[in-house]
Design a protein around this ligand. Structure first.
Ligand SMILES: Cc1cc2nc3c(=O)[nH]c(=O)nc-3n(C[C@H](O)[C@H](O)[C@H](O)COP(=O)(O)O)c2cc1C
Length: 306
């Protein structure tokens, strides 16, 4: 059991294991050092960064649902400069993959962020968020139009040589069209999926529970949808995929990998159990060993034999 190989290569980014903290649920990584050594996990993705700091939407902006949660944070973040000045000096001393998530309001802004973050020493890869359902001016406007997706990915590709991962929206008709547009325009990997648009009503106030009216649904409630989309993307493109959506157990990790993911990202469950990423990494070898698997790479897409 001790010698099960968990290391994978994600589009040029070596990960010591396939467990990665998801954007928006892992801060800028450093705070998780309070719970366990960040070097235990494959890596983490930063909160979505913009050129300038953002305060996000006004509260209430999170709401608990059955087996999940809705959020409409609105991409609150500390901005590029503060990230580089305050967070990166600490993160450079941590031996784990730091993936910088970013977004912009225009194609030019996306490309500018890709260039700036791409030049930051210690950033292993970039994750473009073109799928945030909670802001008007950026994100989803790009991620729900195949042509715009192609244009913005192409512009970012030109702007950086760092591994470029695109985070796709599940709020589209056919996700494979978007996956193909990313691959054709130079993306090195995909993150599948971001949150699914939903809402809740406060029945006493007779109004939506979130100030933004709608929010993004995440957590175990969305896992079957995320798995289906990872499966579809794996069939459509050759670039590696991060499986994201409701990961709770080592068995969930194996499911995503058999559906075609090379690694997974763990989001909302970090709020329930801040130790979850380390626990999944610790439990994975036994689950794999029970399945007769010595190397996790053997089972990427293994469920596609039909
Ligand atoms: C509170 C919160 C904030 C998030 N912020 C971001 C973000 O800034 N950028 C991004 O790409 N995804 C963001 N996400 C989406 C997650 O990274 C992830 O794709 C989604 O929650 C599904 O995974 P899960 O079911 O494990 O939570 C956020 C999710 C939550 C719950």
């Amino acid at each position: 059991m001790g010698n099960v190989n968990l290391s994978v290569n994600f589009g040029g980014v070596p990960l010591k294991n396939p467990i990665v903290g998801a954007s928006g649920t892992f801060g800028y990584g450093i705070m998780y050092n309070r719970f366990y050594d960040l070097e235990e996990i494959g890596g983490f993705v930063t909160k979505g960064l913009s050129n300038f700091p953002r305060a996000g939407n006004k509260p209430p902006r999170i709401f608990e649902t059955a087996s999940g949660m809705l959020n409409a944070i609105g991409l609150q973040n500390i901005g590029f400069e503060k990230f580089v000045k305050d967070k990166m000096p600490v993160l450079r001393g941590v031996n784990t993959a730091v993936i910088a998530n970013f977004f912009g309001a225009t194609v030019e802004e996306y490309a500018q962020m890709a260039e700036k973050l791409g030049n930051v020493d210690g950033v292993a890869a970039l994750e473009m968020n073109i799928s945030c359902p909670n802001i008007k001016e950026g994100g989803i406007a790009f991620g729900s139009d195949v042509k715009l997706t192609g244009t913005v990915v192409k512009a970012c590709r030109k702007a950086t040589t760092k591994p470029l991962i695109v985070k796709l929206s599940p709020n589209v008709g056919d996700i494979t069209e978007f996956a193909k547009a990313c691959e054709a325009n130079g993306a090195d990997g995909l993150s599948v999926i971001n949150t699914i648009v939903g809402m809740a009503i406060d029945i006493r106030k007779r109004e939506p529970a979130l100030s933004n009216v709608t929010g993004g649904l995440s957590g175990p409630a969305i896992k079957p949808i995320a798995l289906r989309m990872v499966w579809q993307c794996y069939k459509s493109v050759k670039i590696p995929i991060f499986g994201i959506g409701g990961v709770v157990s080592a068995e969930d990790v194996v499911e995503f990998i058999m559906a075609g993911a090379t690694a997974v990202q763990v989001g909302s469950m970090n709020f329930v159990d801040p130790y979850i990423c380390k626990r999944l990494k610790d439990e994975l070898p036994e689950v794999l060993s029970d399945l007769g698997v010595q190397d996790i790479n053997e089972i990427i897409g293994a469920a596609h034999s039909l």
